[in-house]
Design a protein around this ligand. Sequence first.
Ligand SMILES: C[C@@]1(CC(=O)O)C2=NC(=C\c3[nH]c(c(CCC(=O)O)c3CC(=O)O)Cc3[nH]c(c(CC(=O)O)c3CCC(=O)O)/C=C3\N/C(=C\2)[C@@H](CCC(=O)O)[C@]3(C)CC(=O)O)/[C@H]1CCC(=O)O
Ligand SMILES: NC(=O)c1ccc[n+]([C@@H]2O[C@H](COP(=O)([O-])OP(=O)(O)OC[C@H]3O[C@@H](n4cnc5c(N)ncnc54)[C@H](O)[C@@H]3O)[C@@H](O)[C@H]2O)c1
Length: 194
Amino acid sequence: MPNTMFPIFLKMDQIQTLVVGGGNVALEKASAILRNSPSANLTLVAPFFRPDTIEYLQDFPHVRILTRGFHPSDLEGLDLIICATDSPALHAEIKALAAAQHLLCNVADTPPLCDFYLGSIVQKGDLKIAISTNGKSPTLAKRIRAFLEDVIPEDVQTSLEQLEEARKSLKGDFQEKITQLNELTKNLIFKKKD
Ligand SMILES: C[C@@]1(CC(=O)O)C2=NC(=C\c3[nH]c(c(CCC(=O)O)c3CC(=O)O)Cc3[nH]c(c(CC(=O)O)c3CCC(=O)O)/C=C3\N/C(=C\2)[C@@H](CCC(=O)O)[C@]3(C)CC(=O)O)/[C@H]1CCC(=O)O
Ligand SMILES: NC(=O)c1ccc[n+]([C@@H]2O[C@H](COP(=O)([O-])OP(=O)(O)OC[C@H]3O[C@@H](n4cnc5c(N)ncnc54)[C@H](O)[C@@H]3O)[C@@H](O)[C@H]2O)c1
């Protein structure tokens, strides 16, 4: 069965996200979000925060840190929730509550409880590529990210900005614009080897 998941790119400053947990895995997931979306509306709730987590979050003063156990009322007003505690029982409880409220839920170490997976993300300026292995090997996803980071030219941002300008200034109907943009980008980044 191929990977049937549907990737989307979320505007994290327009939705509310909660990470439950304050340890290593919570830091991994919170930093994955903030690396991509520094202005994400993010809250973390946990009775105990590891020093590394607190230190990382100091650069993001708008992120709310609640130093207490998870409470079901924490789900009010949320759009996304990521479970990253050391309690599988709590994760199962949160997943059930989230499903009842149509909230999208990720349970970091339990794929069957996830409505969505985090991807490995390549970022070069405005270009962003998300990689998934269908949960089969996050390590391979990481390797493919490193490979793409290496082969995608640093000046891809310049090309993107030029294309944005061209896109705005092109005249003609929709089909003509597509033809012109296809022509402009024909030899831009990757040229098939003969
Ligand atoms: C991509 C990335 C995004 C991120 O987290 O930011 C991500 N995991 C990353 C790294 C990573 N995670 C783990 C290792 C240790 C080595 C290994 O196990 O391979 C490493 C490698 C490392 O850290 O070097 C442990 C692990 N992860 C999951 C399980 C449970 C299981 O598989 O059953 C276990 C075992 C826990 C245990 O042992 O108990 C599950 C998931 N991890 C996913 C995403 C989702 C599937 C993505 C996909 O479709 O590929 C999914 C399904 C759910 C989710 O978490 O969203 C990020 C790479 C970022 C980057 O560097 O680019
Ligand atoms: N550290 C890793 O990279 C890693 C790798 C594979 C698997 N795991 C598993 O993932 C789980 C989490 O690992 P970790 O290293 O992040 O653990 P951790 O001890 O660093 O963090 C656990 C966090 O869960 C919080 N927590 C506990 N009860 C809570 C509650 N009721 N409400 C809110 N938060 C609560 C704790 O306060 C703490 O912040 C563990 O079960 C671990 O075995 C971790």
